[in-house]
Write a protein that binds this ligand. Sequence first.
Ligand SMILES: *Cc1c(COP(=O)(O)O)cnc(C)c1O
Length: 305
Amino acid sequence: MLLPQSIPCDLLSHPLLDQKQVELQVLRLDKVHPEVTGNKFYKLQYNLHEALSQNHRQVLTFGGAYSNHIFATAAAAREVGLASVGIIRGEELDAQNPTLSFARAAGMTLLGISRESYRQKSQADFLENLRKQFGDFYLIPEGGTNALAIQGTREILSASHSSFSHFLTPIGTGGTFAGIATSLLPHQQLLGISALKGEGIREELTDLLNIEGIQSPGNLTVLTQYHQGGYAKWTPELIDFIHWFWDEFAIPLDPIYTGKMAFACWDLLQRNHFPPGSRIGLIHTGGLQGIRGFTQRTGIALPSP
Ligand SMILES: *Cc1c(COP(=O)(O)O)cnc(C)c1O
């Protein structure tokens, strides 16, 4: 089993934090497991438990070719003794892709499918065909967000975090945001930093919170202005910021999620968003495995652990 971990916390020290009279800590979910890192650890733990208790032998899931979810699912399934199948968006599976190489080495069976087929991934007949091809499986949706994933992400915050006033987390599908929202205390504020371009995520989150029956005791805000061009897009400012953050604090950030969140935090800090006395927790959701693939695609080197 993947057992709950205590989360290492780094207290940052910088003149701007003194000047604004705020405290900033990073909750290092990237360190909870050597391979099943970040929020994916929490999103997968109850799903794998459920797969085992339903006597499944394998799990099947979906993702992009550089997906943190694919990487983590392959490692987690192997750890608990389940076989795994990864359905990858895009027909050509690049033999050099470090995420897919890792997944394959962890025993995951990979199938690349066209972007058109990929869009049908929630349809019953499509899943039925996959069952014919691979045998029965426990299905984990793309991005891993479902009720059991949220049950896991509720456990990110614990009593040891009760004195924080603000938390920041990146948003992809919102499963992590939803879980943290559930476990906020009334005096706490959660800022979700969307990694996607556009306002659509607000409605998706509202729907997700409604479906899961979540009414947060705390205060929720979603910010959509820090996407840096869109999902998996980047700007030179973001790249510079990630290098700067590493030089200052020796904490690596990924360019897809955590880099954008930390960038947002620093920007909000400069704009006096956080009142004096604030205790801010940055939720480092991991994603560092993606750096190798990012460097391969763009030629841009980034600090990694
Ligand atoms: C998957 C992922 C996210 C997005 O999580 P959601 O629960 O889908 O919002 C954020 N950060 C990292 C590093 C991720 O891998």
